[in-house]
Design a protein around this ligand. Structure first.
Ligand code: PLP
Length: 390
């Protein structure tokens, strides 16, 4: 089967929050484990032992980046499964202690849908409101905790508008009250520190395809002693927390991608902030536009911008035709046309909600790419407004 080819090789990819391409070093690290070394780590023969040793090394590498211990790392099939395991797994393990969970209105659907399942089972869930930049106020968070609260889950950085939450402070408030704390750090990897000791979290989710690793590999950090019941049972792999033969090549790729992302993080953040700020300056000059989340700490690669009187879909199609791949926020909510729950939660005026696009930067983009989009957007927005004035 031939792969589908892109229309041209000089496209500009501005959708790194949806996914990132595999980097060549990661492909090279994974390749032997697809071909020659593709054995089962649970087998006792030399082939199996080699695969086990490789998975063990990968676990050590991931633990090193997180300042955690290797036995605190659980590999899953992705960020969604890691979020589900954290929330549903803790809920199952501690349901006799209390049945209340605190979260926020701007979480990813992998968290919100897991919370919905718990609601259906009689749990109570409080979603703490956020401010106009998407930030959770620690005092509101504190007020939401109850004697029967067992878990709080708040994302480290938002996938639509990039807002960075005060996780260390929130986790410390949760712990004062004996409440376990999970964070979805899927969007933060490669851009923010993932040191779990400084963040103070009990559980943390990562997904390799957001940091130039393979799709279908997630990581759940589980602090030693945290009560957690498995969702997938069987052969008892991953210390019984996630059964199923390990995705050896994927795990090797995830570890290598995370190692490289951490090694390059400081330089990457400087470079990507600089590009984002240049693009932001060009975009902010467009009349009746608004940069979302700009008044709070934000991921360096995120630019969420709303144009009043423009339909985001129409703008995205025009950008696509011009060779620019961008998105309307959450590619993860497959094909959704519902107004974004995040934009609603930050109280964005309806005139802006429908005209919001997300430009998420990453490797492979340079000053020229950013200049091109910075020139294109005013033109396209002007044309769309002229064609269908509101
Ligand atoms: N959490 C956040 C914040 C995300 O952006 C995503 C994106 O897909 C996920 C979870 C789900 O991760 P995965 O695609 O690996 O299932």
């Amino acid at each position: 089967m031939k792969p589908d080819l892109l229309p041209s090789s000089n496209r500009l990819y501005f959708d790194h929050a949806a996914t990132t391409p595999l980097r060549p070093e990661v492909v090279a690290a994974m390749e032997p484990y697809y071909a020659k070394l593709g054995y089962n780590p649970s087998s006792l023969h030399a082939e199996g032992r080699a695969a086990r040793a490789a998975v063990d090394r990968a676990r050590e590498v991931v633990a090193g980046v997180l300042n955690a211990r290797p036995r605190e790392i659980v590999f899953t099939s992705g960020g969604t499964e890691a979020d589900n395991l954290a929330i549903l797994g803790v809920a199952r393990a501690v349901r006799d202690r209390g049945r209340h969970i605190v979260s926020t209105a701007i979480e990813h659907s992998a968290v919100l849908a897991a919370l919905d399942q718990l609601r259906d089972q009689g749990w109570e869930v409080t979603l703490v409101e956020v401010d106009r930049n998407g930030v959770v106020d620690p005092e509101r968070f504190r007020a939401a905790l109850r004697p029967e609260t067992v878990l709080a889950t708040v994302m480290l950085a938002n996938n639509e508008i990039g807002t960075i939450e005060p996780i260390a402070e929130l986790a410390s408030i949760a712990h004062e009250r004996g409440v376990l704390f999970h964070t979805d750090a899927v969007q933060a990897a490669g851009q923010l520190s993932l040191a779990v000791d400084a963040l103070g979290v009990d559980l943390m989710t990562l997904s390799a395809h957001k940091f130039y690793g393979p799709k279908g590999v997630g990581i759940l950090y589980v602090r030693g002693g945290t009560p957690l019941a498995p969702l997938i049972v069987g052969g008892g792999q991953e210390r019984g927390l996630r059964s199923g033969t390990e995705n050896v090549a994927g795990i090797i790729g995830a570890a290598e991608a995370l190692r490289l992302a951490e090694e390059e993080r400081d330089d990457y953040v400087v470079e990507i902030t600089n590009l984002r700020d240049r693009l932001e300056a060009a975009v902010a000059a467009i009349p009746d536009s608004r940069i979302n989340g700009a008044g709070a700490p934000r991921l360096p690669n995120n630019l969420s911008v709303s144009f009043a009187g423009v339909q985001a879909d129409a703008l995205l199609i025009r950008l696509d035709l011009e060779g620019v791949a961008a998105s309307n926020g959450s590619a993860c909510a497959a094909g959704s046309t519902q107004p974004s729950h995040v934009l609603q939660a930050i109280g964005l005026e309806p005139a802006f909600v429908g005209g919001t696009i997300r430009l998420s930067l990453g490797k492979g983009l340079d000053a020229a790419s950013v200049r091109r989009v910075g020139e294109l957007l005013p033109e396209l927005v002007g044309e769309l407004r002229a064609a269908a004035p509101v």
